[in-house]
Design a protein around this ligand. Sequence first.
Ligand code: UD1
Ligand code: CA
Length: 462
Amino acid sequence: MGAHVKAKALILAAGAGTRMKSNKPKVVHEMLGKPLVRWVVDAAHQAGCDDVHVVIGHGREQVEPLLGDCIISYQLEMLGTGHTIMCAADKFEGYEGNIVVLCGDSPLITASTIEHLVETHEASGAAATVLTMMPANPFGYGRIVRDAGGNVAGIVEEKDCTEEQRAIGECNSGIYCFSAPALLGHLDQLDRNNAQGEYYLTDMLSLLAADGLTVASMVVEDNDECLGVNSRAQLAVAGKVAQRRINDRLMADGVTMLDPNLVWVGPDCVVENDVELLPMTMLWGTTRVSNGCVIGPNTRLTDCAIGSGNVLEEVVAIETTTEADVTVGPRAYLRPGTYLCEGAHVGTHVEIKKSTVGPDSKVPHLSYIGDATIGTDVNIGAGTITCNYDGVNKHQTIIGDFTFVGSNTMLVAPVKLGSNVVTGAASCITKDVPDGALAVERNEQKIIENWTERHFTNKRTS
Ligand code: UD1
Ligand code: CA
């Protein structure tokens, strides 16, 4: 967040995204576990924009909760990108500085390109500077039309292009830096005389040029930064670029990946050095993995904090914290509020929720642990279940240090086992157990001699 560009950001995010064929607005769709619009907002913040404005409209009840740190305007009728600017214009009244316009569906734009665009704009003294690109396939993008002197004369949308214009390789990224008075002062001159019957923001450039103002351009260094996501196919392409960018950085920083095509790490995750990420691992949200861990295969961690030297194999974990040298899996489900202390072990087919497992304690096989606090060096036998829910309320289970819970124990909460307790296998524990006691709840075993012989004699046919 070092930079501080002289600009406010204005992000267009009101469109429906018809080409996504989705019930949810396009900018809410996720790339590496993060909504498209958040990528753009965070790039603007990171560039140091004074304020980040976002115009939302379609499905706004789904978009707005993602934008707590932004200034929101509403576009209730989708009349085009020019109209979107009109809907936010009142927020910039009296503002004389620069407005960087960004698209909520161009998630790969970087803070450094935003900074560079504003610097270029400031240096040239232009009324508008458009970020342009040379994509391998220009289909669908507006084309940059230049006059005989090579200056930007305007932008023509794909649908409005002549055959000749369609052959132009230089395209509009949809990202611009405007001087606010020039932009706002010409909004009333936009019209809807085009193939889509919309107010095109792109027409602003020819309007400014016609008024004798300077329209500058800057070619983006990396075309991928301007990839627009209009369809699911483009979402996949952009996601692949993001994945490669992040994985290349992580490997350069000392993370091992058996196959970087099969590891997905969100942009806000931190992975320390000497971590090994095995195939089909996804790290989402604000997950942090400390050094020396082996994560995967088949593991998804969302908003987790993982201590050093952990081995997590085939684990799904959400809002889980682990200390150093914890081992989990294969095949465990750690739900929000799980806290595993140093040296703890959680094994196979175990589910844990809102519980702490103490240092060196083990929950090795086939258990459900919910709303529990487990002390130091405790062993939880196979098949143990905390019966934490009575159908109305959740209750706590507390297990003291060095306690040994026998296999298939039902712990009916609220219940407290002291330290050094032993429970007999298959016991249903409903009462608190004092320190050092054995608790057994089990019918006595019966032996009926020679039963098998008698039972089958009359039934066997041969
Ligand atoms: C737009 C540009 C095109 C450029 C391309 C880059 C226009 C007319 N065209 O085309 O020159 O090459 O981006 O990706 O600007 N939006 C609104 N309200 C609206 C319409 C759109 O907020 O009424 C938002 C959308 O949510 C989206 C952005 O503006 O985030 C771009 O709109 P979209 O319809 O995707 O424009 P493109 O056809 O991609
Ligand atoms: Ca688009």
